[in-house]
Design a protein. Structure first.
Ligand code: PLP
Length: 403
């Protein structure tokens, strides 16, 4: 195990106050705070190795390229991809899904084809596919939830037909904090020869992910949710599918030769990395993954699961508390009586407690519950039981104000 109190010291922002109160940061599903080593990695890259990658013969360009490609290897090892060139750097989960939707759509989908998503998807795993409904005429099929708010496996099985071409589902819900048995969902899709994308934005920071073991065809996540910088993320894809997909964006780096008559494209992963990549972001992301690995993702998972259980036990004691779904990971969504989530969030903020309120970019799920939104507390490796106690005390205080 590790000591979360000691680890906190490595996160400068956690030392600050808001409204004269100690900051209690429980909005980690939206973004995580950054350890000093990640902040320093950004400064170090710009201070000592900054030069455009891949194109220069000079010392700095080679150094930057070396570190950028080392970062790719760090990501590969972190998710256990088979090949380094199966790791494509993007701006984040959203861009990764848009890339797959646009490129797979152009290469393989036609009018009437069906793509399966689920009721608990983030907008970034709905809207890119909806764009294909408009552009190509595909149909979206939606996995419903069971009475206990889990993905309905039997209903999922029944969605498959000869028109099914793709499945895109989330590993862990950013609203419910529930982790879906995605391996089972992938196996079912593969029985029908249908590839699967797993949205790992909320799973990779909290549990060990092995893309080969999952047999995911695509796996995507964002750097900023795993202690890395904003603006950098990952698309993992199986080599054989990526090779058959058309490029997403055109520009420098993704080409082999450009003639006005015909352009040929670069090999993986560069075919999907048009323009100057965020090499500094990638280098700092690798630092964040090394930081996580040094603590041990299993240790982080154990700590966060303990915190979640500890929080659930106490939250359940609050009168008129309604917890949505069965959180097993790091996020808990709830409402207290008829207190509007925005009111609860604003008043908690005044106590120095940062939580998120609203639809969490998952409006179809919020509509399914027929509510205006939820309050969501989400944990990271540096949160403590005292912070959970403060959250519970804060909610009790606000609930009293509302009678
Ligand atoms: N998918 C899930 C499950 C998320 O929680 C989020 C962000 O909250 C996203 C996708 C989008 O991530 P990003 O905004 O980093 O692209």
């Amino acid at each position: 195990m590790y000591n979360p109190y000691e680890i906190r010291e490595e996160f400068p922002i956690l030392q600050r106050e808001v409204y004269g109160k100690k900051l209690i940061y429980l909005d980690n599903a939206a973004t995580t705070q950054k350890p000093l080593c990640v902040i320093e990695a950004i400064t170090e890259a710009y201070t000592n190795v900054n030069a455009n990658v891949h194109r220069g013969v000079h010392f700095l360009s080679q150094k930057a390229t070396e570190q950028y490609e080392d970062a790719r290897e760090t990501v590969r090892a972190f998710i256990n991809a088979r090949h380094r060139h199966e790791v494509i750097f993007t701006r984040g989960t959203t861009e990764s899904i848009n890339l797959v939707a646009a490129s797979f759509g152009e290469s393989f989908l036609q009018s009437g084809d069906e793509v399966i998503v689920s009721t608990m998807e983030h907008h970034s795993n709905i809207v890119p596919w909806q764009l294909l409904v408009e552009r190509i005429g595909i149909k979206l099929r939606v996995i419903p939830l069971t009475a206990d708010t889990k993905l309905d496996v039997e209903a999922y099985r029944a969605l498959f037909n000869e028109k099914t071409r793709f499945v895109s589902i989330t590993h862990t819900s950013n609203v419910l904090g529930v982790t879906n048995p995605v391996k089972e969902f992938i196996n079912i899709a593969h029985e029908h020869n249908v590839p699967v994308l797993i949205d790992g934005a909320q799973s990779v920071p909290h549990k060990k992910v092995d893309v080969q073991e999952l047999d995911a065809d695509f796996f995507v996540f964002s750097g900023h949710k795993i202690y890395g910088p904003t603006g950098i993320g990952v698309l993992y894809g199986k080599e054989e599918i990526l090779n058959r997909m058309s490029p997403y964006q055109g520009g420098g780096e993704m080409i082999q030769t450009v003639r006005f008559e015909k352009t040929t494209f670069n090999e993986l992963p560069y075919k999907f990395e048009a323009g100057t990549p965020d090499y500094v972001g990638a280098i700092a992301l690798a630092k964040a993954l090394d930081f996580v690995s040094a603590i041990g993702i299993e240790n982080i998972a154990a700590h966060e699961q303990y915190l979640t259980r500890y929080a659930l036990e106490q939250l359940k004691e609050i009168p008129a508390m309604h917890i949505f779904g069965q959180p097993d990971g790091s996020a808990i969504s709830f409402l207290v009586g008829d207190i509007h989530p925005a009111d609860l969030g604003t008043l908690l903020d005044r106590l120095g407690i940062a939580i998120r309120t609203g639809h969490h970019c998952a409006q179809p799920l919020i509509d399914y519950f027929g509510i205006p939104g939820t309050v969501r507390a989400s944990f990271a490796l540096y949160n403590t039981c005292e912070e959970v106690d403060a959250l519970v005390a804060g909610i009790n205080r606000v609930a009293k104000m509302f009678g």
